[in-house]
Design a protein around this ligand. Structure first.
Ligand code: SAM
Length: 275
């Protein structure tokens, strides 16, 4: 391990999830996994004191680092001041990705060791902005990483797995010990990469797909027959779906693959459209 706490210059703020990466070997391993090219435009979420920034900046011609903490952002600008680096002092959830890429320009590559309390929000915000993003390499809690990459039928399989795997291909790259951070978090971390599809490989009503996944997993222990009763539709529409659909409703949501949820959604769409 190559630990270096000497560069920590601010008192880490728990409220901003500031657990700084202090192991340069892990930082290098993350950056190496990106196989960066000088053409890549990188957006880094929460650069903090620059643990990843300093290795990324060596390899690309444009790096946009988005940091919510103004003291940390100012220090980062002072420390790494160069033309290639733009530091934006902002909440990542307020960033307009559309303003960072010109039409026709390559998509952004998103990277970050993110505050763990914001993992779901950042993930869903990234999914919503995926038309501007080619891939997302992110350090998160190992348990959440396992949920993202989980296979059908496992305990970790749920909304996060389904929605991520609907929009792209997630892969856990490696785990990272809590000893690699300052202050030391209570959990083990993992680095995950999600490569988003350029074109969705499914033809389906996306909003309805998301609604069905959320509704049925909201009642995870129930069969689809019972879970679908909680769809926010008129009673007679729900009854018609349950009464006439050609789908094995005795299954539970965790038994269904993405493709099977797509099939279920398309069959429900047909029933709704046929009145
Ligand atoms: N990348 C650095 C590293 O690896 O050492 C810092 C990682 S630390 C876990 C998370 C960073 O995200 C902190 O610098 C924190 O201030 C910043 N942060 C927290 N909430 C944020 C938000 N909503 N938008 C942008 N940055 C945020």
């Amino acid at each position: 391990m190559s630990i270096n706490t000497s560069r920590i210059f601010v008192k880490p703020k728990k409220s901003l999830g500031q657990n700084f990466l202090i192991d340069d070997n892990i930082a290098k391993k993350i950056v190496a996994s990106l196989s960066l090219s000088t053409q890549d435009v990188i957006v880094e979420i929460g650069p903090g004191e620059g643990a990843l920034t300093k290795f990324i900046i060596e390899k690309v011609s444009r790096l946009i680092a988005v940091e919510i903490d103004s003291v940390v952002a100012a220090e980062l600008m002072r420390k790494f001041s160069c033309e290639k680096l733009e530091v934006i002092n902002k909440d990542i959830l307020d960033l307009k990705f559309s303003e960072l890429t010109d039409k026709g320009e390559k998509k952004i590559r998103l990277v970050g060791n993110i505050p763990y309390y914001l993992t779901s929000e950042i993930l869903f915000n990234t999914i919503d902005n995926r038309s501007y993003i080619s891939d997302f390499t992110v350090m998160i809690q190992r348990e959440v990483a396992q949920r993202i990459a989980a296979k059908r039928g496992t305990k970790s399989y749920g909304i996060l797995s389904l929605l991520t795997q609907f929009y792209g291909k997630p892969e856990i790259l490696f785990n990272v010990s809590a000893n690699c951070f300052y202050p030391k978090p209570t959990v083990t971390s993992a680095v995950v990469r999600i490569v988003f599809y350029d074109e969705l490989p499914y033809s389906v009503d996306e909003d309805l797909f998301r609604l069905i996944v959320r509704t049925t997993f909201g009642k995870r222990r129930k069969t689809l027959r019972n879970g679908l009763k909680f769809l926010p539709f008129d009673e007679d529409v729900v009854q018609k779906i349950i009464g006439s659909i050609d789908f094995p409703l005795e299954k539970r949501p965790e038994e269904l693959t993405v493709e099977e949820f797509v099939d279920l959604t398309n069959k429900i769409t047909q029933i709704i459209e046929n009145g």
